[in-house]
Design a protein around this ligand. Structure first.
Ligand SMILES: Nc1ncnc2c1ncn2[C@@H]1O[C@H](COP(=O)(O)OP(=O)(O)OP(=O)(O)O)[C@@H](O)[C@H]1O
Length: 278
């Protein structure tokens, strides 16, 4: 049976002074072990959902549950929750707090009052895993955006979260850094972390995700495996989200072909994508 890590039940949230609610009775469950993509127009509530997911914001009404238990908003509980639910902001500048890469990565661990030797060991391990060892002493403000992005992911991954939330992680990244990021995410996922990525890159969703959530006006309106979601073409067009380019090509370009041919082409393209990211 599918287990769920994080659940939103009838969640409403309105920013102070705003005319409309950002989350409007949201019902959504994040399945354990999946690579989830969250898509929807600008302003549909993706970032707000993330900010409620790790307790940075509290619902006006409704419940957010972590592993079946309603969040509690006391400081100690939230400290623990944020080790388990890692959030990577779109802009790494919002996340980097210390002066050097090494200090930045150790920051979250120092707040846990762990023994110094354990902190050092975990930081070294993460520096190695994220290819940051050579940059350990480097001031964070001297890094390129792609490097900052890597540090911001390492900052969160050093805490071994069970769920990693990524807000538009490929924004501002070039092809090389996007490719590296996807490889990193594959590795993190293989090691057992559930992932949820908000993105506008539908081609990336198609090749990367195994579960897709579609939001509109603060609500979940569709969810499923990528192929099933992108089959709802008229609904996605109505929402002005479109479909992945590869999907247009596959299903419009091969409109007259039988299903077996389409499936073989689809599998071939997915294999190319897989090779690209592995
Ligand atoms: N600090 C704020 N104060 C007031 N309104 C806000 C604030 N942050 C977001 N909103 C509003 O809440 C709604 C949801 O915003 P949110 O940032 O969650 O959307 P999003 O789906 O992440 O958008 P995008 O794709 O552009 O990142 C929008 O109408 C937005 O204008």
């Amino acid at each position: 049976m599918q287990e769920y890590l994080l659940e939103f039940e009838q969640v409403y949230y309105t920013y102070s002074g705003a005319q409309q609610s950002a989350l409007n009775g949201l019902n959504l469950k994040v399945p354990l072990g999946k690579r989830c993509a969250l898509i929807g127009q600008n302003g549909c509530g993706k970032t707000t959902l993330f900010l409620l997911a790790n307790g940075l914001y509290k619902p006006d009404s409704g419940v957010v549950r972590w592993r079946g238990e309603a969040l509690n908003y006391h400081r100690n509980y939230l400290g623990k929750l944020r080790q388990q639910v890692g959030l990577i902001f779109q802009d790494p500048e919002q996340q980097l707090v210390a002066s050097t890469v090494e200090e930045d990565i150790s920051y979250g661990l120092c707040n846990l009052d762990l023994p110094v030797a354990e902190i050092q060991a975990r930081v070294e391990q993460v520096l190695l895993e994220f290819g940051l060892t050579a940059l350990a002493e480097r001031p964070v403000h001297h890094l390129s955006l792609g490097q900052k992005k890597r540090v911001s992911i390492a900052d969160v991954m050093v805490l071994n979260p069970e769920l990693l939330l990524l807000d538009e992680p490929t924004a501002y990244l070039d092809v090389k850094h996007t490719r590296n990021l996807i490889k990193t995410l594959q590795r993190i996922h293989r090691n057992g972390t559930t992932l949820m990525m908000a993105t506008h890159d539908l081609d990336l969703v198609y090749r990367w995700a195994d579960w897709v959530f579609v939001m509109d006006k603060g609500n979940l309106i569709l969810e499923g495996e990528p192929q099933d979601v992108f089959n709802q073409r008229s609904l996605l067009e109505e929402l002005e989200l479109g479909v992945p380019l590869i999907y247009e090509m596959l299903f419009d370009g091969l409109a007259g072909e039988d299903e077996g041919v389409k499936e073989r082409v689809r599998q071939r393209i997915l294999k190319l994508f897989h090779d690209f990211a592995s």
